[in-house]
Design a protein around this ligand. Sequence first.
Ligand SMILES: CC(C)(COP(=O)(O)OP(=O)(O)OC[C@H]1O[C@@H](n2cnc3c(N)ncnc32)[C@H](O)[C@@H]1OP(=O)(O)O)[C@@H](O)C(=O)NCCC(=O)NCCS
Length: 154
Amino acid sequence: MQLIQEVQAAEAPMALLLIADPSEDKVRSYLPGSRCFVVSKDGVMVGACVVAPLGDGAHELMAIAVAPDHQKCGHGTALLQWVIEFFRAAGARQLEVGTGTFGYQLAFYQRQGFRVTGIDHDFFVLNYPGPIFEDGIQLFDMLRLTLTYPAPDA
Ligand SMILES: CC(C)(COP(=O)(O)OP(=O)(O)OC[C@H]1O[C@@H](n2cnc3c(N)ncnc32)[C@H](O)[C@@H]1OP(=O)(O)O)[C@@H](O)C(=O)NCCC(=O)NCCS
């Protein structure tokens, strides 16, 4: 059985978050003040997501990850949809996320309505101690994606 719930940021599963963000220092810097959501399968935590407030009704999805053995089973989509609905119900104006310029993650977010709203050139070079590769390709730039919630009376 799949269960999604919020947990205290202090209880955030670091090993899972490091799958999405390789810098533990960075994760530790945004965890306090953020909200953490986890997905469990048959009592085992298999995925996690951290969302930080940006102010003025905007929030940023800082990390989302599912344990490699449990990927491609729908947990990530279920967690992302749950978090989107959580912040919609809380009256949020928008949810933002930064991701690489290639890879399946782009479709993962855009399928839920995220749109490309910006590009942060050299983000992955300037903000991490060493080069990051995905599918053998070095990540340089970060795409900013935004999900804008309709106004409540729209
Ligand atoms: C992104 C992530 C959270 C998605 O979670 P998930 O449980 O695997 O997602 P789902 O099972 O709901 O699948 C969503 C889509 O992603 C695809 N996908 C998931 N993992 C994949 C992988 N390793 N390689 C290629 N495609 C993958 C699925 O096939 C699916 O696409 P489809 O519907 O066209 O088949 C998870 O794959 C993950 O932890 N990735 C590593 C960390 C990461 O990149 N986080 C995002 C940082 S921006």
